[in-house]
Design a protein around this ligand. Structure first.
Ligand SMILES: [Cu+2]
Length: 245
């Protein structure tokens, strides 16, 4: 009987020591998982935009994005709410909106009067029609490129939607600083867009960049406005806007 109790004690001890080993293993594997998970989430890529030959000294709203080179260009499925471009105070807010290609964009009218949102763009032509205060309409952006957005009533209303083949993108703030968060390690094609730069200038700024676990500071990116001219856009019928609006 005494012997039996001793055997039970030994078994109990063996059981608890095994349990302890199991707990230690679980803790170690969980922390390793956390480390590898944070590596997969990615790092911050930053740059500072400056302008050359600029008529307006405004370095904000300049877009920068990173297209993965080779495989890995799969875009995450869109979830609600949709990215939004509002009509507020006879302006589109924000003025520049980047979205992964294949996403819907919402255009709520926050003004107490109607607007007619449209684009004559070859990239993505659309017309949401005239709609009232408090209403909203959605538009699918399923062609890659820069789509100017206008209102058929107010000629001063102008904005841009940039539909990109990536989910790694950012816009410059008033100091010209751009930050793109959670970029996984790898090679990317850097693309830059500015409202007052020619397509040729912007093409020259495109280059391959490598993002490592240490993050990536792309330094100063200078955008030259030389050669760019502004042309007043037409209304949705391709005609000049009526004066006095
Ligand atoms: Cu309007």
């Amino acid at each position: 009987m005494i012997l039996d109790l001793d055997v039970q004690k030994v078994n109990k001890r063996a059981f608890f020591s095994r349990l302890l080993v199991l707990i230690v293993l679980l803790v170690v594997s969980f922390s390793t998982f956390q480390i590898s998970y944070s590596a997969a989430v990615g790092v911050r890529v930053e740059a500072t935009i400056s302008l050359a030959n600029s008529k307006k000294n405004d370095v904000s709203n300049i877009a920068m994005w990173l297209e993965p080179v080779g495989i890995g260009g799969r875009l995450p499925k869109q979830t609600m709410p949709y990215p939004t471009m509002r009509q507020k105070g006879k302006k589109f807010v924000p003025k520049v909106l980047l979205v992964p290609n294949g996403y819907y964009v919402s255009f709520p009218n926050d003004d107490p009067f109607p607007h007619n949102v449209f684009s004559p763009s070859e990239v993505k032509k659309f017309d949401l029609g005239l709609y009232q205060a408090g209403d909203s309409r959605d538009q699918l952006m399923n062609r890659v490129g820069v789509v100017p957005v206008y209102c058929n009533i107010h000629p001063q209303m102008k904005a841009f939607i940039i539909s990109v083949k990536t989910s790694y993108y950012g816009l410059s703030n008033e100091n010209g600083k751009v930050e793109i968060e959670n970029v996984p390690n790898g090679k990317y094609t850097l693309k830059v867009w500015h409202e007052r730069a020619t397509a040729e200038t912007l093409n020259k700024l495109s280059r391959e960049v490598t993002v490592t676990a240490a993050g990536a500071n792309l330094g100063n990116i200078q955008v030259d406005e030389d050669g760019f001219t502004t042309i007043q856009h037409k209304n949705k019928d391709g005609k000049d806007y009526s004066p006095g609006l």
